[in-house]
Design a protein around this ligand. Structure first.
Ligand code: PBG
Length: 329
């Protein structure tokens, strides 16, 4: 006869009520951010093939999506403007034009939802450049870091003037947070917070996004985004540099395949930590669910719980509004 077991972890799993009582991780709608795409030249919303259920909006349908997200109680919106092809050029100048699609969309959305939820502007000219890169190209064909900082400064001020509540630089240029902070302060926006895409990897899991914004990029962003095979310490260094330069909140991207990075950053910093569940992470689950290979809703929840359990305060996810509307979070 074996001795009776003292430790039986299953005791607390026996009935739903006990399992519910000892639940440690919760998905609160206020912690979710919904990315929204808007096209300058669209007369009706355009579905994105590799992201079933997600569209590139018209300015009108964007307002409706923003209102629906506000009703669902999510914490914020991340706006991505896609210019008409004739408004792409080598420096992405429509990214900071007062009447550029991003600025128009930000103003529309702020008008729609007011100040009860955060309207965040992705700060990056890559949708607006005719080569698809995140800034000015140098003679060697690579992005010229310091020349590009001037563009980011202009975009930040334009987005602030359009009424954004927060700007989120995603280009991974060295010194970008300091340049943006300085420009915002000088232009009279010292209260504009910066959510820095601090640890952003050169990931295969952005591919559907490139379709969503009709990116012109050929090749990859390996000279500025982090190497997925890099060290955890490298990510921590990027985060520290952004905080030294004045970042108010930091981000890890992608999320689900980088839970170790999220956990390490969580242990290191006390500012809000965001994680971006990317287009490819979305597409993986949607595609498998379409084949009947995964239970879609369960897989979505599990993927979001994992990101939160790893230590993210805020999750940017294409399922934000849908998940927030479901009861029983
Ligand atoms: C840059 C940007 C990208 C994403 C968010 N901001 C694309 C990139 O860095 O190539 C990716 C988001 C996703 O895949 O969901 N504008």
């Amino acid at each position: 006869m074996t001795a009776p077991l003292v430790h039986r972890p299953r005791r607390l799993r026996r009935i739903p009520g006990l399992r519910r009582l000892v639940t440690a991780t919760h998905l609160q709608p206020s912690t979710l951010i919904q990315p929204l795409f808007v096209g300058e030249d669209l007369t009706e919303p355009r579905p994105i093939t590799a992201m079933p259920g997600i569209v590139r909006h018209t300015r009108d349908s964007l307002r409706k999506a923003a209102a629906t997200a506000a009703d669902a109680g999510i914490g914020g919106l991340m706006i991505f403007g896609v210019p008409a092809p004739e408004h792409k050029d080598p420096t992405g100048s429509h990214a900071w034009a007062a009447d550029g699609i991003s600025q128009q969309a930000i103003a529309d959305v702020v008008d729609e939802v007011g100040d009860a939820m955060a309207v965040i502007a992705d700060l990056n000219p890559d949708e607006f450049t005719d080569h698809g890169n995140v800034g000015v190209l140098g003679p060697d064909g690579d992005v010229d870091n310091d020349a590009t900082l001037d563009l980011y400064a202009r975009i930040a001020v334009a987005q602030a003037q359009a009424g954004a509540h927060m700007v989120a630089p995603s280009g991974m240029m060295d010194g970008q947070v300091a340049a943006i902070r300085r420009a915002l302060d000088q232009a009279g926006h010292p209260s504009m917070p910066i959510l820095a895409y601090s640890a952003k990897y050169a990931s295969a899991f952005y591919a559907p996004f490139r379709e969503a914004v009709s990116s012109c990029l050929v090749g990859d962003r390996a000279t500025h985004q982090q190497n997925p095979a890099g060290s955890v310490g490298e990510a921590l260094r990027e985060v520290r540099l952004d905080l030294e330069q004045g970042a108010d909140a930091v981000m890890v991207k992608p999320a689900g395949h980088y839970l170790d990075i999220i956990a390490a950053v969580r242990a290191e910093v006390d500012v809000p930590l965001a994680a971006y569940q990317t287009s490819g992470e979305y597409a993986q689950i949607e595609a498998a669910a379409k084949c009947g290979w995964l239970d879609r809703d369960k897989a979505i929840h599990e993927s979001l719980l994992a990101i939160r359990r790893a230590g993210a305060d805020i999750t940017i996810t294409y399922w934000a509004t849908e998940v927030a509307r479901q009861t029983g979070l």
